[in-house]
Design a protein around this ligand. Sequence first.
Ligand code: NAD
Length: 446
Amino acid sequence: MKIAVIGTGYVGLTTGTCLSEIGHSVVCCDIDAKKIALLKSGAIPIYEPGLEELVRRNTQAGRLHFSTHVESALRDADAVFTAVGTPPAADHRADISAVLAVAKLFGAFCEKTCLFINKSTVPVGTADRCHEIVTRALAERNASIQFSVISNPEFLREGTAVQDTLKPDRIVVGADSSEAFAAMRNIYQPIIEKGSVFFETDIRSAELIKYASNALLATKISFMNELSRLCDAVGADIISVEGGVGLDARIGRRFLHAGIGYGGSCFPKDVDALIATAHDAAINLTIAAAVQSVNDEQKLLLLAKMRQLLAPLKGKTIALWGLSFKPKTDDMREAPSIPIIDGLIADGARVVAYDPVARDNAQKIFPTIMFAETALAAVEGADALALLTEWDEFRSVDFGDIKKRMNGSQIFDGRNIWNPSIIASHGLQYTGIGRNIASTAHPVKK
Ligand code: NAD
């Protein structure tokens, strides 16, 4: 099929590339001319493992193209995916203006029977609004073209986006006709054949499934983060609690790992948008609201521990390892590192940061802090080391070497990846999140 993907960010670029990989002819469009120029030159604007090679292969095979000409892509397409951003508005609702703008262009320029497939995360009722906008735009040019508005929310995770797109657990499709479902099956057939569940539902439920999924995952994280504070207070060890709880097959081990809170472009904004949708429907989502406030507090927990153990922070040098909101991405949106760095700077500390890939994005937010070229260079002369993102390269480090390079001895493990007794054996002081340093439980890689 001829597919146009509108919006070439983390989701649009991955989706478009993977759709070309399974045989479709795809054009990825964006209003950001610099981004499209970069993609045309063979480079990719984001860090996403495996994506660059896939882009190269499909571009060379002639199945994948990049363009700023949204109108001509719409004229030619059998299916149009919207993957534009839906950032939080000032009132915490999702700003869907870019999705509605694409719907308007779709109505103004599509020339044949076409699917309007929304991949952006949008509140319940957005598909209906898109349907009205397209209908109006078609009427304005006296065009009678058949179209379907479909909700096809995206569940990929940055860092494993390619694998998540080519082998997703499920493909959720909300549509209102058997023809639309059949067309969507057709688009995804090679992926369905490899075992992904094709889940058909009504449009409003599909829109809500995305928010429900993210809010539930955020709930697991906030629940364990709150329990980590109880562990700190009563001398239990959160790693042991996670391990023992996660062995219950009804619960499972994933998303039980305590740390310094969730960030990224999805969980915070999606939980907020879900609360706003419920508010408009006169429903009070008390759990979702608590999940957000626990997370806001958790993002500042490590800073509070640093303030307590390093008082005064003024004049102290703090080495930070990891800045992106999670490993394997350069995405800094809503990263817990941001409020921590803000607090350190406000207290007069000197920050020396290292991140394997997020440096450029971090530098745009914090132009005045120092960035080290390597993890070890960051700890030279530092009074404390704080781990904020659990990149693999930080897992097996030589604390003897770190001790020699540091000026002080405080180690703050914001992601609970280190073994406190090993750190203590080098004469360093360990502080984690809900860790009991006498515990024999060893952190395991999630
Ligand atoms: P992004 O900010 O990385 O990319 C959005 C792109 O859309 C940008 O390149 C922007 O220039 C472009 N754009 C904006 N308005 C446009 C317009 N009118 N026409 C053409 N292009 C336009 O965003 P993202 O992270 O890819 O997220 C896209 C959507 O997918 C959001 O709704 C998000 O919530 C959802 N989502 C994101 C993820 C994720 O992990 N990033 C996962 C699942 C779902």
